[in-house]
Design a protein around this ligand. Structure first.
Ligand code: COA
Length: 208
């Protein structure tokens, strides 16, 4: 296991999936080990450009934080502040981003938008095909985001959501099991320990 490499898969179609951490250049996007992004339409190395939308951290100081061992499907998108024209103004027209046109002598681009803050994705989260995560949303460890979900609110750990706006479909496990999993936090183990326990993880056996 080498989370520092770009392509985790050898052989056929090996360039469709990337370890996201290895292709990110923007310091305001933070991604944990082994989280991968798959894209069969665009080059997955262009995730920052194609999937992290309206993200101008120099104006808005916002972050995308994604944990470890997440699976992000083709076309999933993360919508940031620059897509939220301010509703505090009389007009939603973003005058501050055209300062020369309107004689605004200071570059205060952040005034054009309402900022709802960071998007935080936990560990072992699976984000389905073309799902859209809105700014300010936190998704808990072990959650699943269904195909084409529009996620506008926080998602608790180990919860499956779907639809537009996304609603809870069900929990993945009973409350006791979820509690145990959140205590174990297997994703923080050294990768050798994950490998040693892989059969248990893959077969749903909960013991350390
Ligand atoms: C959300 C998901 C995990 C649910 O799986 P599941 O529990 O086996 O799904 P089921 O078919 O049993 O459906 C359960 C309910 O959720 C609904 N549902 C399923 N997928 C949904 C989705 N993407 N959006 C909205 N509702 C969905 C079903 O209509 C059903 O509703 P009901 O209980 O009112 O009848 C799955 O449908 C999904 O979207 N997976 C992501 C697939 C993907 O995008 N993969 C990309 C490659 S990694």
């Amino acid at each position: 296991m080498n989370p520092e490499q770009i392509y985790p898969r050898k052989g056929k179609n090996n360039t469709e999936s990337v370890y996201l951490k290895s292709v990110i250049t923007d310091p305001s996007i933070i991604v944990g080990d082994f989280t991968f992004y798959n894209d069969f339409v665009n080059d997955p190395r262009d995730f920052e450009k194609n999937n992290v939308l309206y993200h101008y951290p120099l104006c808005n100081n916002e972050r995308l934080v994604i944990g470890k061992y997440c699976s992000i499907a083709c076309g999933a998108k993360f919508m940031f502040t620059g897509g939220n024209h301010t509703m505090k103004s009389i007009s939603t027209y973003p005058f501050p981003i055209f300062p020369d046109e309107w004689g605004l002598d200071e570059w205060k681009c952040g005034q054009a938008w309402d900022n709802h803050g960071d998007i935080i994705i936990g560990n072992d989260v699976w984000i389905g095909y073309e799902a859209v995560i809105m700014q300010g949303v936190t998704i808990g460890d072990g959650a699943i985001i269904g195909t084409r979900a529009l996620v506008t609110k926080d998602v608790p750990p180990y919860t499956i959501v779907g639809g537009s706006p996304a609603k809870v479909i069900r929990k993945r496990f009973d409350d006791e099991t979820i509690k145990k999993l959140l205590e174990i936090k297997w994703w923080n183990w050294p990768s050798d320990k994950v490998k040693d326990n892989l059969q248990n993880i893959m077969n749903g056996v909960i013991s350390e």
